[in-house]
Write a protein that binds this ligand. Structure first.
Ligand code: SF4
Ligand code: SF4
Ligand code: FES
Length: 488
């Protein structure tokens, strides 16, 4: 096939649209080289290895940071290319990395090679992933903290370096609170061409180390951790809790689902819990709501308080064993991600239950085919919680369900999966950063003209609601479980 590809080059100096003859296996870098040779001789861009090893060819492709040498083009495709964001542009697509890379110098005077050679093999293996960084800075271009205009996060690559260096320390040196300016949103891991798990392997590891040495986390995180262990909930109790009123058994059906409420639904957002009970009764789910359940431990794990999270996990294990459900259902992205991703590690093979987000369960029982109906025409937009989309790989199910509601006009916002700033202990520890990030989302919601902003995470819900109020955006926030139950 010989259909041309179209490359739009959008840089501070030029805006060009060039047709490039397609050839089998062509990458974006091949196309840029063709353009330089045949159309724009002074076009500037960097590359070296052409094999995803040197990191120099990173650019924005349709707004997302990618390696040009890895990005395969399809015949007839049109892509827009620009320089990486957050870095000074030297010319066209070439950027100056030094502002970030100068921060990657070793933090300890110990010789790097000497140190690595002496390290136990197991520790070396742990570090291989962190050390496979090719310094492409895709993660810096996409980190939502930096995108929101905050300088508190020095960049995921720098946090990665801090974690690597931490292995050299016998005891951690004083470290500023930049390691807490990360929402553990996993955006950096998603775009990293080397699949480096910066939030889990770097950020949370350093936070855990600081906690063990009594140097962290932030005071608000400590308070939250102590409360969770003391009371079983990470937030303070106000009125009668959802579980005090609604623990029991509801609905009939083949699937025996245990409702794991999470702290916010139990203590702050009972309507979400009630909505799930209604959905279960109407849609044929046998829902068990046990009174004895505690915080999943997510806010503690994200801030390094592992021993406390482990205690909570073992408390929950007792209930899981007693109920022995077919599936545990969550309505909080943070709980779901923790149960799916951390409990197998915390509890080993004692943890033997499937966990589903409420949207996964509803799609599995084909609730979207049955459909829902709102009495009045409503424009709805959806926010992807980080711990649902990137933490659990769930993004289609909520959309399928929203689209199945009659009288709903669904409009996507500009970046539905941009982190709102609620997670990773940022909302509790660095609230001004959480505000800055939710302000960005509020503007995106305003642009859609939506009347309802829906999501599947109570932490996002709170943060977004405040963002909308602060920015006088008229849309109201409604949990998707509540929206669906209204459409029954
Ligand atoms: S997890 Fe998110 S907030 Fe944290 S460093 Fe990565 S991209 Fe930035
Ligand atoms: S961590 Fe990954 S995305 Fe970030 S600079 Fe290194 S290789 Fe690139
Ligand atoms: S040219 Fe080296 S990573 Fe792309």
């Amino acid at each position: 096939m010989n259909e041309a590809v179209v490359i739009r080059i959008e840089t501070p100096e030029r805006s060009e649209r060039v047709k490039v003859p397609y050839r089998e296996g062509m990458t974006l870098l091949d196309a840029l080289r063709w353009i330089k040779e045949h159309e724009i001789p002074d076009l500037e861009f960097e590359f070296s290895c052409r094999n995803a090893q040197c990191g120099t060819c990173a650019v924005l492709v349709n707004g997302k940071a990618r390696l040009a040498c890895e990005y395969r083009l399809e015949p007839g495709q049109e892509v827009t290319v620009g320089p990486l964001r957050h870095l000074p542009v030297v010319k066209d697509l070439a950027v100056d990395w030094s502002a970030v890379t100068s921060r990657l110098r070793p933090l300890s005077p110990k010789s790097h090679r000497e140190w690595f050679r002496r390290m136990e093999p197991e520790k070396q293996r742990k570090l291989y992933e962190l050390r496979s960084c090719i310094e492409c800075l895709c993660c810096v271009a996409e980190c939502p903290v930096i995108k929101a205009g905050s300088a508190r996060n020095p960049g995921p690559i720098v946090l990665r370096k801090v974690a690597e260096e931490a292995e050299k320390w016998d005891e951690s040196p004083e470290i500023d609170d930049s390691v807490y300016a990360c929402t553990t949103c996993h955006t950096c891991a998603e775009v990293c061409p080397k699949d480096i798990e910066i939030p889990a392997k770097a950020v949370e590891t350093v936070r855990a180390r600081l906690y063990e040495e009594g140097k962290g986390p932030l005071p608000e995180h400590k308070e939250l951790g102590e409360r969770a262990v003391r009371t079983g909930r990470s937030v303070e109790k106000r009125d009668r809790s959802f579980l005090e009123e609604y623990s029991g058994e509801y609905g009939e059906g083949d699937v025996k689902a245990m409702f794991f409420t999470g702290c916010l639904v139990d203590y702050r957002l009972p309507d979400t819990g009630k909505a799930l009970v209604r959905l279960a009764e109407e849609l044929g789910i046998r829902l068990i709501v046990p009174r004895e359940q505690v915080c999943c431990g997510s806010p503690l794990l994200r801030t390094g308080q592992h021993d406390r999270a482990e205690r909570l996990a073992f408390e929950n294990l007792e209930t899981f064993r007693r109920v022995d459900p077919d599936v545990i259902v969550t309505v909080c992205a943070g709980c779901g991600a923790t149960l799916k991703n951390n409990y197998p590690e915390l509890l080993g093979d004692r943890f033997e239950w499937d966990v589903l987000d409420v949207t996964e369960l509803l799609v599995e029982i084909r609730a979207h085919e049955r459909g829902f109906r709102l009495p009045e025409r409503t424009t709805v937009t959806y926010h992807d919680p980080c711990h649902l989309k990137r933490g659990q790989g769930v993004e289609d199910e909520p959309r399928k369900l929203i689209r199945s509601i009659e009288n709903v006009e669904f409009v996507e916002m500009e970046e539905p999966d941009r982190c709102c700033g609620a997670g990773g202990g940022v909302r509790s520890g660095l609230p001004e950063l959480a505000e800055l990030m939710s302000d960005v989302k509020a503007h995106m919601v305003r642009e859609t003209g939506a009347e309802v902003l829906t999501t599947v995470c109570p932490f996002c819900e709170y943060n977004l609601r405040e963002g909308l109020e602060r920015n006088d955006v008229e849309a109201r926030v409604e949990n998707l479980t509540v929206l669906l139950s209204r459409g029954l």
